[in-house]
Design a protein around this ligand. Structure first.
Ligand code: PEP
Ligand code: MN
Length: 359
């Protein structure tokens, strides 16, 4: 089945909502789940993991083939299309035979081009929608590469799912969102709709609203959120799952902003953009002037045999600027990377005048 999200942008209401448990556990669980979701009318696709690629071998790894009919029947009895993760050609064959409507590729599969190709070959010739999660590591090319392998296999209904990137012991996220990576994907592959998976990014219920709102503000097409009739007793990912009621409470709280802007808003934004561009002009002039001063210092150092890098001096400059960051309402991270970039450029200019023959 084709979801055709990119062409139905006008007649579906954002967020395109995918919900259902991390893992299919029983027929009753799936029916209860599907009914709880379908009643409200906002769920577009029912998810359920059958084959679970778990990091440790003693975790629950999914019930496998026997759980497929439970997912299918839950979908049929409520009219919801269904989706599950496939991680090899055999899974594809079984899922397609059972009547799964949409397939998704998990983060641990996207990292492996051999497996992605095997799955793409197995799906080739069908007109099914494929959703590709980002790889566990923050590698945009690997994510794009997987999408390209499916496109080359003739799959023209592709969706990207942003589920965050692995990190060791982060205080806030189970997988850090690194929003710049999905933003870069949107820039490079604008035809691919993107859905956010706040469950695996956050790793806990309390973080779902915040991540979902951010995804909506970045104009993502939809959300995939894990739901369970009794989340605390879920066989996998219990801390991040919510009941359907909790899910809809989150969706109700989302502020949905639009990309299209009124004429009045456009005038205001154009004016502000012009003001910002004028500031950027000044910034560039200042930076250019600053580098000229650095070159003069470089010439002086050359003539007096002084090294370019003066560790102690630079350390004190950074420290002073970091101390000023609050006063200027700039984050420490920004000040740190701005000063590092300026320093590196300054060294390039000084190197140029000091050793003109070295490139
Ligand atoms: C999942 O969606 O249940 C899952 C295993 O996700 P990921 O591949 O993002 O870890
Ligand atoms: Mn999960």
């Amino acid at each position: 089945m084709k979801l055709d999200l990119k062409n139905r942008a006008k007649d579906y209401k954002r967020p395109f909502l995918i919900a259902g448990p991390c893992s299919v556990e029983s027929e009753e669980q799936m029916i209860q789940m599907a009914e709880g979701l379908a009643e409200d009318g906002r769920t577009a696709l029912l998810r359920g993991g059958i084959w679970k690629p778990r990091t440790r071998p003693d975790s629950f790894e999914g019930l496998g083939q026997k759980a497929l009919p439970w997912l299918i029947n839950a979908g049929k009895s409520t009219g919801l299309p269904v989706t599950t993760e496939v991680a090899n050609a055999k899974h594809v064959e079984l899922a397609l035979k059972a009547g799964v409507d949409v397939l998704w590729i998990g983060a641990r599969t996207t990292v492996n081009p051999f497996t992605v190709q095997e799955i793409a070959d197995a799906i080739s010739g069908t007109d099914i929608t494929v959703m590709v999660k980002n790889p566990v590591n923050p590698d945009l090319m690997l994510w794009m590469g997987a999408l390209e392998r499916f496109a080359k296999a003739g799959i023209d209904d592709l969706i990207a799912i942003h589920r965050g990137f692995s990190v060791y012991n982060h205080p806030k996220y189970r997988n850090v969102p690194s929003w710049e990576i999905p933003i870069a994907l949107i820039e490079k592959m604008p035809e691919i709709p993107i859905i956010c998976d706040p469950s695996h990014i956050s790793g806990k219920r309390e973080g779902l609203l915040h991540v979902s709102q951010k995804a909506m503000d970045l104009n993502f097409a939809g959300l995939m959120i894990e739901t369970h009739p009794t989340p605390d007793s879920a066989w996998s990912d219990p801390m991040q799952q919510v009941t359907p009621e909790e899910l809809f409470a989150i969706i109700d709280q989302l502020v949905l902003r639009t990309e299209t802007i009124s004429e009045e808003a456009e005038d205001f934004i154009d004016l502000m953009r012009a003001k910002i561009a004028a500031q950027d002009d000044k910034l560039f002039e200042l930076l250019s002037h600053r580098m000229k001063l650095a070159e003069e210092v470089g010439i002086y150092k050359r003539e007096n045999d002084i090294t370019i890098l003066q560790q102690e001096h630079w350390r004190s400059i950074i420290e002073n600027r970091l101390q000023q960051s609050d006063e200027f309402h700039l984050t420490h991270e920004f000040v740190r990377s701005l000063m590092d970039a300026i320093h590196q450029e300054s060294i390039r200019h000084q190197t140029k005048v000091m050793n003109p023959s070295l490139k």
